[in-house]
Design a binder for this molecule. Structure first.
Ligand code: GH3
Ligand code: MG
Ligand code: MG
Ligand code: MG
Ligand code: MG
Length: 335
């Protein structure tokens, strides 16, 4: 009476290969050229509760069954007609890089060197025929435990990868407005300068700063100030209609717009549209008797980047234009 793969080999109910932890189906590919031996193995596996047994009598048939049947484990003879078991193991390993299907050699060869070759070819264990059923089943259980552990690891690493991606995105976002933050803006600006240089297209950078915003905060409080920044953020996202246009929160009440493929004339149109939309932004903090009118000052720089153009030089020029807009009365865009 062969043992079962249940938790204890002595209670040979044979029903559940999966052990208490797992009752998932389990399939085994048996590669064995001797029909009698193969039939005996198949019977032992069935008795042990293996859900599906695939049989191949040579290496080529084994490869075909492996890719069509996707077994969970392979029992592999070495001496076969045609290609031998070492060859089969190597082919299987090449067929699924990054995956792992346990391979247990089952061979009449009991040379130390054969064991060495088997492991070298990609095998995970090596048993010498004849193998007692209890030993075979024990080895299958050990491999299944490793398989289960590996599957859990693969799941966890996929989840980690996703979480990491999400984190990387969050690192470049401003929590208050949801716009790209300074870090993201710097990266995108560098990339767009390089792209515009390659394409020979004009690139516009616009820095905007809310006018007298300190006064707004002092009068209505920071909570209302934050609300205001959120609304401006929403508006800036709306004016960025082209997919590559980027609105960023550059600092406290300063915003940046990166507008690829936008010449000077286009940037002025953009600024006018922005100013118009700002007029429709209804801001009325609690206690205020009428809507407040927010205004922005902006500095614009446009260029077809060459080898001297850098993010720093563009930011500096936009900042100088912004300073001029501020000193000459605010609520205006200079370039
Ligand atoms: P100017 O027209 O010259 O730009 O005047 P201003 O008052 O807007 O500029 P200043 O640089 O003197 O002050 C900026 C103010 O913006 C200071 C601060 O109260 C406000 N501010 C900056 N970041 C935030 C923020 O995250 N939330 C709120 N509520 N206010 C902020
Ligand atoms: Mg053989
Ligand atoms: Mg400012
Ligand atoms: Mg300001
Ligand atoms: Mg100021």
């Amino acid at each position: 009476q062969p043992p079962a793969l249940a938790s204890s080999a002595t209670e040979s109910s044979g029903a559940n290969f999966g052990s208490p932890e797992s009752s998932a189906p389990f399939s085994v590919l048996v590669v064995e050229d001797q029909a009698m031996m193969r039939a005996a193995l198949v019977a032992e596996l069935r008795q042990a509760g293996v859900t599906r047994v695939l049989e191949a009598e040579n290496g080529r048939a084994a490869l075909a069954l492996f890719s069509s049947g996707r077994p969970d484990l392979v029992l592999l003879d070495i001496r076969l007609p045609g290609e031998d078991g070492y060859w089969v193991a190597r082919q299987l390993r090449e067929a699924e890089p990054g995956e792992w299907t346990p391979i247990i050699f089952l061979s009449g060869l009991d040379n130390d060197l054969d064991v060495w070759r088997g492991i070298e070819a990609g095998g995970d264990d090596y048993l010498v025929k004849p193998v007692k059923p209890i030993v075979l089943v024990a080895k299958l259980r050990a491999m299944r435990r490793l398989l289960d552990m590996r599957r859990r690891l693969v799941t966890v690493s996929a989840e980690l990868h996703l979480a990491n991606q999400k984190l990387n995105e969050m690192v470049e976002l401003d929590a208050l407005t949801g716009l790209v933050n300074r870090r993201g803006m710097d990266r995108i600006l560098h990339a767009e300068i390089a792209a515009a240089r390659r394409e020979g297209k004009p690139l516009t950078l616009m820095l905007c700063d809310l006018d007298h915003f300190k006064q707004f905060n002092d009068t209505h409080g920071h909570v209302q100030g934050d609300e205001c920044l959120k609304q401006v953020g929403r508006l800036l996202r709306e004016v960025c209609v082209r997919p590559r246009d980027i609105a960023a929160r550059y600092g406290g009440e300063e915003f940046a717009l990166i507008l690829p493929n936008t010449p000077r004339s286009g940037s002025m149109t953009f600024a006018r549209a922005l100013g118009q939309m700002l007029k429709f932004l209804k801001i009325r903090p609690p206690g205020a008797t009428e809507d407040l009118q927010l205004t922005l000052s902006g500095g614009i720089t446009t260029c077809i980047p060459d080898e001297h153009t850098s993010a720093e030089s563009m930011l500096m020029r936009a900042d100088e234009a912004l300073y001029a807009a501020k000193t000459q009365g605010r609520n205006r865009f200079f370039s």
